[in-house]
Ligand binder design. Structure first.
Ligand code: 6GU
Length: 297
């Protein structure tokens, strides 16, 4: 998978590429990244990438021309007219067509068009489900918004999705691009080392499918089935006057699974009660939830 990042702060990404699993994924060429400095695509002495908003108001807007030139340098032109009208509302990006016989509007063979994403606070929410969809795409372009915004015609003409990473305002899309890359590339087979890990983390996988590995050892379900993960412990068995839960030491996988499920329900009820509404809960889960609620009285 290849990411193309268009940014006015290319230096921002240095540390991200040099550490952790992204570094390994890059070294093994499971992921490649192209960094594109927007200022390269300006033609004036001051290398101007922004201008004042039409209609007045605070802040500056990223200009359309340098962004269009940056995209052109990646071989990306405006979308077909019919696509432009659809806006950027679909959660699932259009899958690239690899049908060699497919025709572009001009009658040219269709090159695989990368998925172009604008990162902005006005975007639809980036979720694990979106990360999973992106991880199946060959080439993703991330346009980092800055200042008060990006000329909307770039969104209309080029972008397949507009994504936000949460309900707060960042000063730019660079941190969001790093978040999208991290969450997406760890779902690419081989990137995590443990081939199975990423697979079990997306929402919508049934509990029965995710709770144990081939040896029957209960696995971490970070984010799986719409619940938060259970708490983790490692040596020493006692720390700061607190003992790690005995149930985790006795090797009874059935008991461990039950305890962890209860902890997931407890954590989700405490920190993200909204997730319980969409979660696939078994009859046993509902009983466990009731007993947790009783404890809290
Ligand atoms: Cl993608 N950009 C900005 N500027 N702010 C954000 C965001 C993105 N996601 C959440 N807040």
């Amino acid at each position: 998978m290849r990411f193309e990042i268009v940014t006015i702060f290319p230096g921002f990404f240095a540390g991200i590429f040099e550490n952790g699993i992204l570094r390994r994924a890059l070294a093994e060429e499971l992921v490649t990244v192209g960094l594109h400095d927007l200022r390269v695509f300006t033609h004036d002495r001051h290398r101007t990438v922004d201008d004042r908003p039409f209609g007045g108001g605070e802040g500056m807007v990223l200009k359309a021309e340098p962004l269009a030139e940056a995209l052109a340098s990646l071989g990306i032109g405006p979308k077909a007219v019919s696509e432009k009208c659809q806006g950027t509302t679909s959660v699932v990006p259009p899958m690239p067509q690899n049908d060699a016989g497919a025709l572009a509007p001009e009658g040219e063979p269709l090159a695989q068009r990368p998925t172009v994403i604008l990162l902005s606070a006005q975007g639809q929410r980036f979720t694990q489900a979106v990360a999973r969809e992106l991880s199946r795409i060959d080439r993703v372009v991330l346009i980092c918004g800055r200042y008060e915004g990006v000329d909307e015609r770039i969104n209309q003409l080029y972008c397949d999705m507009e994504l936000s990473i949460g309900d707060y305002v960042l000063s730019g899309g660079e941190l969001a691009a790093a978040v999208v890359m991290d969450a997406t590339m760890r779902l690419i087979p081989g990137v995590l080392g443990n081939e199975a890990s990423g697979e079990f983390e997306s929402f919508g996988v049934t509990d029965a499918e995710i709770t144990s590995d081939t040896q029957g050892v209960p696995r971490s379900q970070h984010g799986a089935g719409g619940l938060l993960d259970y708490p983790h412990y490692t040596r020493p068995a006692e720390f700061g006057g607190l003992r790690a839960p005995e149930v985790l030491m006795n090797g009874d996988h059935h008991e461990i699974r039950r305890w962890r499920r209860k902890q997931q329900l407890r954590k989700t009820l405490a920190n993200r009660p909204d997730l319980l509404e969409g979660a696939a809960l078994s009859a046993e889960d509902r009983l466990l939830l009731e007993s947790i609620k009783q404890e809290e009285c």
